[in-house]
Design a protein around this ligand. Structure first.
Ligand code: ADP
Ligand code: MG
Length: 493
């Protein structure tokens, strides 16, 4: 099953023409906080099952929840980062349902009055920037974990996650393709990580998405959506959207109807499967939790948090473009992770004006990040350190080595840990900029190839052949631009 998008649009082809995919995401992000939302129990990952469980989390009779102020601050920070309305008064509700890993018999969540209202996120897809609306962000408790596959006769319950604070961040149905959905989650994760409000670790389940998908003919009303629960990687989000959109198109084109339902994504098969028909809000008998007062805080509290916010990816990107003349594309690559942006600025300091910021960005993106990705390393563990990179970048800029030579120096430095300047000296890698020597080589080639000189006069593309010869004679150490200019002058082309 493949989805072929019509060239230049996001539409999917069907037997009856184009279809538009509509996606809205509900992302559950675990709040970065040492303690749970309503208890002092630890949130440490990977602890012995049922060791991070207070009496509140185990729902012992008579235990009362107490709001964790740090979780509130984290939600407000996140709201500010999403340019959203902050609600200084919000309400916790009980969402009632039964499940063995939910001992209270209800989840404490926020329904009608969430802590954060409308906001937005900008995404870049294929060179275009698009604004995706955020409907709301609310705080809620995570449930425990049921483990069914460890023993043939038993199911186990681990309550370590029970009561951990989650932010549910709900987008508007503004996304139009798998790619956009992936870009949205990537950007959201980046913002949360910059803010330090969620570590965004999807492998640990600290961020997961409910993916709502519907299809419609372009310009038609919104179609009926299906909600795919708990998708836990960006790749799977893309696969789930593509599979689900195609499934719905096929059903409608075969004369069927989409029934609103909750589905799950099968990672191994790459397909979605029905779980249950969609429950309605009234099925949960939401009501304000009588154990908790409305959550209220002052504007001064919000303003204080606002002052402490770091520079976020969009602002950083704008600054990189304006201050350093980077392309939007390069700036995007560099700001995607805060560590990467800091790494770039560290290099700028080390290069200290000896090369253009653009050249620094190019080097880091093409050489360093490329090599790191290839070897599964990180900026921290990269084998060429910033000081060494800065030396290479400066040598390219002042013409000591060619671009090609720089790659060789980098490869040697990576493998041996030797200093770039020393490598260039000892290995005789200095670019020949001595015009006299270059001219001699060029003259010799011209003299030896009178027929090609004639051809070049009629066909200027022959110039490349001469440049190639001259470069070869110089052992690759001549500056190709200089050789090119000299040949042009001498051949009169
Ligand atoms: P619920 O909490 O019951 O799932 P919401 O009204 O909060 O319902 O919506 C959940 C998500 O579904 C939101 O992200 C919203 O953007 C998305 N959504 C709503 N209608 C559609 C639709 N027709 N197609 C795709 N997504 C939709
Ligand atoms: Mg939902």
């Amino acid at each position: 099953m493949t989805n072929k998008a019509t060239a230049g649009s996001n539409y999917l082809n069907g037997a009856t023409g184009d279809w538009e995919v509509v996606i809205g995401l509900e992302v559950h992000a675990q709040v970065a906080s040492k303690a749970k939302l309503f208890s002092g129990a630890s949130t440490t990952f990977g602890a012995e099952p049922n060791s991070n469980v207070s009496l509140v989390d185990a729902a012992m009779p008579g235990m009362l929840p107490v709001i964790n102020a740090e979780c509130v601050a984290q939600a407000v920070r996140t709201g500010l980062g999403l340019k959203a309305q902050i609600h200084n008064r919000s309400i916790f509700d009980r969402k009632n349902y039964f499940y063995p890993d939910l001992p209270q018999g209800y989840q404490i969540s926020q329904f009608k009055n969430p802590i954060v209202g409308e906001g937005k996120i900008e995404i870049d897809v294929d060179g275009t920037t698009k604004t995706i609306g955020i409907e709301r962000l609310h705080l809620e408790q995570d449930a425990g974990k049921s483990i069914h596959d460890q023993h043939p006769d038993y199911s186990y319950v681990d309550l370590n996650r029970s009561g951990v604070a989650l932010m549910e961040i709900v987008s508007r149905p503004d996304l139009r393709s798998a790619k956009e959905a992936q870009a949205y989650v990537t950007k959201l994760r980046s913002i949360l990580r910059y803010l330090g409000t969620c570590d965004g670790d999807m492998e640990k389940g600290n961020m997961r998405a409910d993916v709502n998908v519907s299809v419609r003919k372009p310009g038609a009303e919104l179609g009926t959506r299906c909600e795919i629960k708990n998708v836990n990687s960006i790749r799977f989000i893309g696969q789930a959207v593509e599979y689900e959109a195609r499934r719905q198109i096929d059903i409608i084109e075969d004369g069927g109807k989409i029934h609103q339902e909750t589905r799950l994504f099968d990672n191994a098969k790459g397909e979605t499967r029905a779980m249950r028909s969609k429950e309605e809000a009234h099925d949960y008998r939401y009501f304000p939790d009588p154990d908790l007062l409305p959550l209220e805080f002052s504007q001064a509290f919000v303003d204080g948090l606002k002052k402490g916010l770091p520079e976020l990816p969009d602002e950083k990107k704008a600054r990189f473009v304006k201050e350093f003349g980077l392309s939007a594309y390069d700036a995007n690559v560099l700001v995607a992770e805060k560590e990467r942006a800091d790494y770039f600025e560290t290099h700028l300091r080390l290069v200290a004006g000896k090369a253009e910021p653009k050249a620094v960005a190019n080097w880091l993106i093409n050489e360093v990040l490329g090599r790191i990705n290839k070897e599964g390393l990180s900026l921290e563990t990269a084998k060429v350190k910033p000081e060494a990179n800065a030396a290479i970048i400066a040598m390219i800029a002042n013409g000591t080595i060619s671009g090609k030579g720089a790659k060789d120096v980098f490869a040697i430095a990576w493998d041996t840990g030797r200093a770039p300047v020393e490598i260039v000296e000892t290995e005789g890698m200095k670019q020949v900029t001595d015009m006299g020597a270059i001219e001699k080589a060029v003259d010799a080639i011209i003299a030896a190839n009178p027929d090609k000189v004639e051809q070049a006069k009629l066909k200027p593309s022959m110039l490349g052949w001469f440049v190639g010869q001259a470069m070869k004679q110089s052992g690759g150490k001549a500056n190709p631009q200089q050789v090119n200019d000299m040949l042009k002058a001498k051949l009169g082309v």
